[in-house]
Design a protein. Structure first.
Length: 148
């Protein structure tokens, strides 16, 4: 069985069979998948790690070629290079890390797509005052909920 490897996911298992990739991509309706590929919006993926990791890996071929993983990010991104930043378990970041992420996002540079994951609902944390609303709405351009 063919396996697919993609560097840069860090912390997410990077070996899936071609069948597993196809199944994970098949969970995303075609119009939404087309929008993700064409426009590279920020994406918040919520669900159990067992569902989130294969989904991120299945989508990686559609991310920008330059992939970084939070918190190992450069101070600046070359304005000529499109970048995808993966922020695993964004809901578990400390308030200092959340502030640093918000500052990083406010730094002007080239096109950056943010793909963040969470095993819990961030909206509930926003409503409880435990997660910054401004950051939530920046990360949550497209919500992909895997809790079915």
């Amino acid at each position: 069985m063919e396996t697919v490897r993609r560097p840069g996911a860090g912390g997410i298992s990077n070996v899936l069979s071609a069948d597993q990739l196809a199944r994970a991509r098949g969970l995303i309706p075609s119009p939404e998948l087309d929008a993700l590929v064409r426009y590279h919006p920020n994406l918040l993926i919520v669900g159990k790690e067992s569902a989130v990791a294969p989904t991120v890996l299945a989508l990686m071929p559609d991310f920008y070629a330059n992939v970084c993983r939070w918190p190992e990010v450069p101070d600046r991104v070359d304005s000529e290079v499109n970048t995808t930043l993966i922020v695993p378990e964004v809901g578990c970041l400390t308030s200092g890390s959340l502030d640093r992420l918000a500052e990083w996002l406010d730094t002007p540079f080239g096109r950056v797509q943010i793909v963040s994951t969470s095993s819990t609902s961030l909206l509930e944390r926003v409503q409880a005052g435990e997660f910054p609303a401004s950051l939530y709405y920046r990360l949550n351009t497209v919500l992909l909920s895997l809790d079915h």
